[in-house]
Design a protein around this ligand. Structure first.
Ligand code: GLU
Length: 304
């Protein structure tokens, strides 16, 4: 039988907030309700964005909310050699190429889903006199379709929608898309549950898996909380700070937003009691098939 492995992979850019608690709880319940393991990874690749001590604060907050992880914690900052080896392998196999373009040059192509499509300038070799800055993966994938556990089928024509994308940035740091694939593989992750803001990254990640001969996990993307303008509410806004007192109530609010049906009395139980109920009654089919929840003026959020 396959051992189910889920994971939660926060970026240590600030404290855990309500939006991230929902994602952590959903991935936890999805793994544990199937008797699986739930791993933790700290996505601290992007050094300038890392807030010292935020990793510890996130780890402690998860534990205080009853979300205990299995095994050692993986830190992306310790995985640089693995990322570099994968980039080298993809270049050697001509699946990736060196790119000399500045940000402005790279953005001169037609519009894609997430900004301009790379115009292809360095695809067949660096222009004379130019030096490599970034490394890009060729988007020669055709249509990449994902059977998302929550959102249903999601597909992109990678070349037309995204274009050749960066796997090693000009500052030498591995791009999120590559690092997350290598780390999910390293940790043996079989099921990724995360926020729907990452749904559009998923075909790129599936393509990287294929290029590296790795088997992708299954994916499920839960709705994320957005403000009135449709922007994801995050750590920087402080709008969704967690309360260290009424943890049970906040967990029950998360369960309600995840479409679960906790009994009214559940909030009176201990944190461990709420978590046990959540794992035992978890039903991923009940998670709303939508990408966002709009935040109301209430303390947390409600569906719109
Ligand atoms: N570190 C990412 C974040 O905090 C999540 C990465 C992932 O789940 O793939 O948004």
């Amino acid at each position: 039988m396959i051992q189910i492995v889920g994971r939660y992979a926060p970026s240590p850019t600030g404290p855990l907030h309500f939006g991230s608690l929902i994602a952590a709880l959903a991935s936890f319940c999805q793994a544990r309700s199937q008797g699986g393991r739930w791993l933790l990874r700290i996505d601290d690749l992007d050094a300038p964005r890392v807030v010292p001590g935020a990793d510890r604060a996130i780890i402690d907050t998860l534990a205080a909310f009853g979300l205990t992880h299995d095994g050692p914690i993986l830190y992306q900052s310790q995985r640089r050699a693995a990322y570099a080896a994968a980039v080298a392998g993809l270049r050697d196999a001509s699946l990736a190429f060196d790119c000399a373009c500045s940000r402005r040059e790279a953005q001169s192509g037609p519009a894609g889903l997430e900004g301009p499509i790379y115009p292809g300038t360095c695809r067949d070799g660096l222009p004379q006199g130019r030096c490599a800055r970034a490394v890009r993966l060729r988007a020669d994938a055709g249509v990449v379709a994902v059977a998302d556990r929550i959102q249903g089928r999601y597909a992109q024509d990678l070349a037309a929608d995204i274009g050749d994308f960066v796997i090693r940035r000009a500052d030498g740091v591995a791009a999120y898309q590559l690092a997350t694939v290598l780390d999910d593989a390293e940790q043996g992750v079989t099921e990724v549950i995360r926020g729907a803001d990452l749904l559009s990254s998923t075909p790129r990640q599936v393509w990287i898996h294929r290029c590296l001969d790795l088997c992708p996990p299954t994916y499920g993307h839960i709705p994320v909380i957005v403000d009135a303008a449709g922007e994801k509410l995050g750590k920087s806004t402080g709008a969704l700070a967690l309360d260290s007192v009424r943890r049970q109530e906040q967990l029950v609010q998360c369960l309600l937003l995840l479409g679960q049906r906790p009994p009214a009395a559940l909030a009176a139980h201990s944190v461990a009691g709420v978590i046990d109920w959540a794992v035992e009654h978890w039903d991923a089919d009940r998670v709303p098939r939508r990408r966002t929840y709009r935040r109301t003026n209430a303390a947390t959020a409600a569906g719109n």
